[in-house]
Design a protein around this ligand. Structure first.
Ligand code: DGY
Length: 327
């Protein structure tokens, strides 16, 4: 008998077909709002789940005693309580690698747009305000040749460093738990304590995952250490930056500007001051959002799910220890 799985997202038709060849798939939009009685029937025999953006909490887990594999269509897995899944013997699979370059491209776009004030002047042009050759009031700042401070030198941090060093002749500084030998060798990257990096960098790029130790890592004190000419770029997770502190720093020009793809609350509330500040570029969490990369992520997640269900494969598994708890 094919293992029962739940798909709680949309995936391309050919990938759905592949899932259907190997599993008994139930497709839902969301778990939210499903009455308890229906949830019970839906989950009691489920062995796998695949999707993104839902919190799979204890209530769902309690109703799914046969669940063995959760496959998220994302590299980040902060939606999940990993120790809880491990204790229940549930493997959590994610999609690293396939989105690295696309996300690094987006982070660079944020840097360039924030520094060159692209969205601000674009808006001016649209409003018919371009009536003569541009003067200093529309000038931006250079990116090339500046100091790029990267918070988190993982796969995405490394890809940002590569672009900055190789393409823009930037000096690479980084803050991270461990030394990244490749970054130091290939891009002459210098590992610094956080405060020193903040004080030296012209661009501070967040590429860290969200954990208890990175939550609100950047607040008023840290923003106050940055140069008034510097830019803060967030391509990691919103809660790593204290958003109220950032808004105040941007309003008071403690820093020059920000480029944000992620927010404390998503979608960002329509009345957030971030949306009306001229020195902020705001994107709607599109780090990996290209046709090619979203396809590759969905394919990776499908492969991860099928491999783990068939053979307890640990490729792209966040919590290999889960197997020791599996019954
Ligand atoms: C990821 O994969 O974690 C991206 O942020 C999309 O959610």
């Amino acid at each position: 008998m094919l293992p029962k799985i739940i798909l709680y997202d949309e995936i391309p038709a050919d990938l759905l077909e592949r899932l259907e060849q190997h599993t008994d798939v139930t497709v839902i939009d969301t778990f939210k709002g499903i009455p308890d009685t229906e949830l019970h029937a839906l989950l009691s025999a489920t062995e796998g789940m695949i999707g993104v953006g839902e919190t799979i909490g204890p209530k769902i887990l309690d109703l799914a005693p046969r669940l063995r594999v959760l496959s998220t269509i994302s590299v980040g897995y902060d939606y999940f309580d990993v120790p809880e899944l491990t204790g229940r013997g549930i493997q959590l699979m994610h999609t690293p690698n396939v989105l690295t370059d696309t996300t690094a491209d987006m982070i660079f776009m944020l840097m360039l747009c924030a520094a060159r004030r692209a969205t601000e002047v674009h808006e001016n042009v649209r409003q018919g305000k371009w009536r003569e050759a541009v003067g200093a009031e529309w000038f931006g700042s250079d990116v090339h040749g500046k100091k790029l401070g990267i918070l988190g030198m993982g796969r995405i941090g490394l890809a940002v460093a590569k672009r900055g060093y190789g393409g823009f002749n930037m000096e690479i500084l980084y803050y991270g738990r461990s030394v990244n030998e490749q970054a130091e060798k290939d891009f002459q990257a210098k590992r610094l304590p956080l405060d020193q990096l903040l004080a030296e960098a012209d661009f501070v790029c967040v590429t860290l995952p969200l954990t208890d130790s990175t939550k609100k890592l950047i607040s008023s004190r840290e923003l106050g250490l940055m140069k008034p000419t510097a830019f803060l770029i967030n391509g990691g997770r919103g809660p790593i930056i204290d958003e109220a502190a950032l808004i105040e720093a941007l309003q008071k020009r403690v820093i020059s500007g920000a480029g944000l793809d992620v927010y404390e609350k998503e979608p960002v509330p329509a009345d957030s001051p971030l949306l009306s500040l001229p020195n902020v570029v705001t994107l709607p969490h599109i780090g990996s959002a290209t046709h090619e990369t979203r396809y590759a992520m969905a394919k990776c997640a499908v492969d991860n799910l099928l491999a783990a269900l068939a053979s307890q494969s640990l490729v792209n598994c966040v919590n290999p220890e889960a197997l020791q708890h599996a019954s």
